[in-house]
Design a protein around this ligand. Structure first.
Ligand SMILES: O=C(O)C1=C[C@@H](OP(=O)(O)O)[C@@H](O)[C@H](O)C1
Ligand SMILES: C=C(OP(=O)(O)O)C(=O)O
Length: 425
């Protein structure tokens, strides 16, 4: 192996989705949980602070965090405000947990988070017996006057997000009766598989029926230590960087046993000509020589929509158009991500066509441009990868990567010191 083919070892922090699920499940468990290698970023620190505000004791430890679970939903005397910052997982996972407790809770968040839909979750909590109200737009601020939750049967609109279902499922073992949920038009299904696997890790009983409904029985959780694997959504950026530079990048600890559907992005890169190996020890992506990318295909990224921007941002380097579809729900996240990608590619001189749930990107030389991040960490990180090949790319808000990867710019520079990274960072 020469220097160019020797794999670069990427340092990718823990999964945001696993960290925040494990924090909540540990908080709901009877006993102490050691959560090792958690992600430390704005989203997970906001989630930790929110649980602390709900009375959960979380302390720093040598390998991560120690959580002393209460074995039930939170009980508060006075009205308790819970800040969710920009974290969609906090806004969707914490209210059902609180509703199984006692007292009044007011959940709120940033303007960005206040713009993201909550109505299906509000309706579901009301149907389960909670006294709940939300803002005029069917979003935050959300007020719950909790006195436990009954459980029962529920139809849940899951077309905007899978997170409502995750929040309700994780609260279900704390409800008075079994919960059976029929999720309609469910998106991002791999995140439900992750939820169920982690619930079972903490001792819950969840049954998946043939018709897609899920039944969770009461009985609470038991504490169970957990080590968080590296974040597969974050790994998409270094895997794409390997593809566009022709280098080889390995992410140790993210492999065949992963709970994360976004590892599927590595297989999407295979379609561009990259070589991918996934073992239980980790995943390695090796780009074609000189970073040549094969286009001329369409791909459904509905299950792994957080990574569609990573592919879209490098698609101008391909030899033929790439169409990404199944991603309509990505319009309701930190930004309207299809529109954000289209506008930024347009600013770079790249032709795109978009539909409600899709975008087609045409190849072309990219000119210099200041990327409008829309305070969306994934827009900033995805276009930084393009910047490795296309000089003259700057970011209007480089620090927005702090939501899930505060060390992103430093790691990209460390891995690719000979390539350009967005100026001003
Ligand atoms: O459950 C989770 O941890 C997540 C689910 C996904 O959201 P949607 O279910 O809204 O697609 C994903 O975009 C988000 O980054 C994390
Ligand atoms: C959508 C995302 O996060 P969340 O929904 O947890 O805010 C994301 O990380 O891309």
């Amino acid at each position: 192996m020469n220097q160019l083919t020797t794999p670069l070892i990427a340092h990718i922090p823990g999964s945001k989705s696993i960290t925040n699920r494990a924090l909540l499940l540990a908080a709901a468990s009877a006993g102490d949980t050691r959560l090792s290698a958690p992600l430390i970023s704005e989203d997970t620190l906001a989630f930790r602070t929110a649980l602390t505000d709900l009375g959960i004791r979380i302390t720093d430890a040598d390998t991560g965090w120690d959580v002393r679970g209460g074995g039930r939903g939170p009980t508060v005397g006075a009205t308790t405000s819970v800040a969710c910052a920009d974290a969609g997982t906090a806004a969707r996972f914490l209210p059902p947990f609180a509703a199984t407790g006692r007292g009044e809770f007011v959940f709120d968040g940033s303007d960005q988070l206040r713009a993201r839909p909550l109505r299906p979750l509000v309706d579901a909590l009301g149907a389960l017996g909670a006294r709940v109200s939300c803002g005029p737009a069917g979003a935050l601020p959300l007020t719950i006057t909790a006195d436990g939750l009954d459980g029962g049967d529920l139809d849940l609109d899951s077309s905007f997000s899978s997170q409502y279902l995750t929040g309700l499922l994780m609260a279900a073992p704390l409800m008075r009766r079994a919960l059976t949920v029929r999720a309609k038009a469910l998106v991002s299904r791999p995140y439900i598989d992750m939820t169920l696997a982690l619930m079972r890790h903490f001792g819950a009983t969840a049954e998946e029926h043939g018709d897609g409904t899920i039944t969770v029985r009461p009985g609470g959780y038991r504490a169970a230590d957990l080590t968080v694997e590296p974040d597969a959504s974050t790994a998409s950026y270094v895997f794409a960087a390997a593809a566009v530079t022709g280098r080889s990048v390995t992410v140790p600890g993210l492999g065949g046993t992963s709970l994360q559907g976004d590892l599927g992005f590595a297989h999407v890169l295979r379609r561009t000509g990259a070589h991918v190996t996934v073992t239980d020890a980790g995943t390695t992506v090796t780009g074609s020589p000189d970073g040549a990318l094969t286009g001329g295909f369409a791909v459904d990224m509905g299950d792994i929509s957080d990574t569609f921007m990573t592919l879209a941002a490098i698609a101008p380097l391909a030899d033929a158009p790439i169409t990404i579809h199944g991603i309509g729900h990505a319009r309701f996240k930190e930004s309207d991500r299809i529109e954000a990608v289209a506008r930024n590619l347009g600013a770079l001189g790249i032709r795109t066509e978009q539909g409600p749930d899709r975008i087609t990107i045409h190849p072309g030389a990219t000119g210099p441009a200041a990327i409008a991040c829309y305070r969306d960490h994934r827009i900033a990180m995805a276009f930084s990868v393009l910047g490795l090949r296309a000089g003259g790319i700057t970011l209007d808000d480089p620090s927005c990567v702090g939501k899930t990867f505060p060390g992103f710019h430093a790691e990209l520079r460390r891995l690719f010191p000979d390539h350009t990274t967005p100026q001003g960072i």
